[in-house]
Write a protein of this length. Structure first.
Length: 139
C-alpha cells in the first residue's frame, strides 16, 4: 500500500523553514520539511493546512498552498507519494508546537541546505527551485 503525504516548502525570500526531527521513526536526527500523512476524508491541501497549524501554530488557509512538486519515494520499509506545496510566510512567526518531535527549526538558504537533511526532501527542494514538478527517490 502506498501512503499519501503532504509537505510544505514554507519560504521567506530565498530561505526555507526546516524542522530538525528527533524521537521519530522516520528521519530522526535530520532536518526536513514540515508536513505529514493525509488522513482519510481530507484533501491534501486540508492536510497540509492542518499539519502546519499543528506543527508550527500557523493558520494558513488551504487555498493558499500551491502544489509545486510531487515525489514518489521507495524506502527500505515504506513507499509513499508526497505532494509538496509552497507558501510564502513573510511576516508570520512559526513556533515549534511539537518539541517532542522537533528539537530545532531554522531557515536555510535554498541554495545552502544543511548536510543533515532528509535526502528526498533535499531532492524536492532542489527540484522546486528548478521548476521540476515530479521526481522519484530510492528506486
Amino acid at each position: 500500500m502506498v501512503n499519501l503525504f503532504a509537505i510544505a516548502l514554507l519560504y521567506v525570500g530565498d530561505t526555507v523553514l526546516l524542522l530538525h526531527r528527533h524521537n521519530t521513526d522516520f528521519g530522526n536526527g535530520l532536518f526536513g520539511l514540515p508536513g505529514g500523512k493525509v488522513e482519510q476524508g481530507e484533501t491534501a491541501r486540508q492536510a497540509i493546512s492542518r499539519e502546519i497549524e499543528e506543527e508550527l501554530g500557523l493558520h494558513i488557509p488551504a487555498s493558499t498552498f500551491e502544489l509545486v512538486h510531487t515525489f514518489h519515494r521507495k524506502g527500505t520499509e515504506t513507499e509513499f507519494v508526497a505532494l509538496c506545496f509552497k507558501a510564502d510566510i513573510t511576516g508570520l512567526h512559526p513556533v515549534n508546537n511539537e518539541p517532542e518531535k522537533h528539537d530545532d527549526m531554522a531557515f536555510f538558504n535554498i541554495s545552502k541546505l544543511p548536510e543533515n537533511i532528509i535526502p528526498a526532501h533535499a531532492q524536492a527542494i532542489k527540484a522546486i527551485a528548478q521548476n521540476i514538478n515530479y521526481s522519484e527517490h530510492g528506486w
